[in-house]
Design a protein around this ligand. Structure first.
Ligand code: 5GP
Ligand code: MN
Length: 349
């Protein structure tokens, strides 16, 4: 990793669409780390002239407080500026995804630049993505599906180099650990994780403040939308231990939906005894010039009940065993019909 950074002049860091806490935390921690390397005046890093974090689309307002978030470039808002930075980059670092499709149109721009590329991720690779690896697309790969989060991998990379975890880095990494484990309620049984947390706290991460900044700053509309979704829109299929919530674009607009407002909603039905699977569908208005709406679908499950195969085979997505996503272009009714037709083949009852 350090060897590639030493050779680079213009570095861009990418993370996935609809960035979550781990995407934000890992990309910003990498940026702070590389900026620190440059600022220490070590001759090897004098070459570095620019470091940018670019995300495909906007991130939720509850990450606005994160150190470095104000400098993040949003591809959808500034495509031309981002295209120039991507084509001029001589090192691209991708974190928290492994499939160029997860960064939308930025993916094609990345494929068009033959520069060195580093992958840092904790998702399982599907076959198509493994093809890229076999082709030698990545110069360096840090792929650890057993890790709680990409932030955990970034932590290991920094400390293996014997470098200091600054307050900013600790704050970013703690955010990703906290959000990707549902506040340490899943993917978080390995004792080593708590050694990392202890060192992040020593480095100045303010655990309770981070929790408050992410989870206790919602709008009234968001809470009312959650209430509406659970009260009026949640369907239970008791014999299948399955819950489904759908929200149309009209319903979302009624509650002045902002990006991130239904983050976490899909997990709530799992609080019901005997519900082991939960699916949430959200309708987005069609983009100008495109006839069909996009239905974004989230899948969650508990225990040894994979949802990623279902997400990938039926809804063009994928993800982790217990948390996956996918999409469908069409109507909510079509998505629900496909869901009802397919679930019997994918649920372990
Ligand atoms: P969410 O439901 O929070 O949007 O996504 C849950 C998880 O599913 C993400 O952390 C990501 O790992 C995975 N995921 C979501 N959408 C996709 C997708 O379109 N493709 C793949 N491969 N994984 C996805
Ligand atoms: Mn992650």
């Amino acid at each position: 990793m350090k060897e590639l950074i030493e050779q680079a002049k213009h570095i861009v860091i990418f993370t996935h669409m609809a960035p979550d806490g781990d995407a934000m935390g890992s990309s910003l921690a990498l940026k702070h780390w590389i900026s620190n390397l440059r600022n220490t005046g070590i001759p090897e890093y004098r070459n570095i002239e620019s470091i940018h974090v670019i995300v495909p689309n906007a991130f939720p307002a509850f990450f606005n407080w994160m150190p470095g978030s104000a400098q993040i470039l949003i591809y959808e808002k500034e495509p031309q500026r981002c295209n120039t930075l991507i084509s001029e980059a001589d090192l691209i670092i991708c974190t928290d995804f492994n499939d160029p499709k997860r960064i939308g149109p930025m993916g094609d721009k990345m494929l068009a630049n033959p520069c060195k590329k580093i992958l840092i991720d904790h998702h399982i690779m599907d076959e198509r993505v493994r093809g890229l690896v076999d082709e030698g697309f990545w110069s360096e790969i840090h792929s650890h599906p057993e890790a709680s989060s990409s932030c955990e991998i970034v932590y290991e990379l920094i400390t293996n180099d014997g470098l200091r975890i600054t307050n900013e880095i600790a704050t970013c990494i703690y955010t990703g650990l906290m959000t990707d484990t549902g506040n340490f309620s899943y993917n978080s049984t390995r004792a080593e994780l708590y050694d990392i947390i202890a060192s992040l706290l020593r480095a100045g991460a303010k655990k309770d403040e981070i929790y408050n900044a992410v989870f206790n700053q919602y709008s009234t509309d968001r809470i009312r939308l959650t209430g509406y979704a659970l009260y009026r829109k949640m369907r239970i299929y008791p014999e299948y231990h399955l819950a489904l919530i759908t929200l149309s674009a009209d319903e979302l607009e009624r509650y002045h939906y902002q990006i991130g407002d239904t983050e976490g909603l899909v997990n709530m039905p799992l609080q019901i005894a005997d519900v082991f699977y939960s699916v949430y569908m959200r309708e987005e208005r069609p983009k100008p010039g495109t006839p069909k709406a996009r239905i974004r679908i989230s899948f969650r499950s508990q225990g040894d009940r994979p949802v990623n195969i279902w997400a990938s085979e039926i809804f063009h997505g994928g993800g982790h065993m217990n948390a996956s996503g996918g999409e469908l272009f069409g109507t909510l009714e079509q998505a629900v019909a496909l869901f009802e037709k397919s679930f019997k083949n994918y649920l372990k009852i």
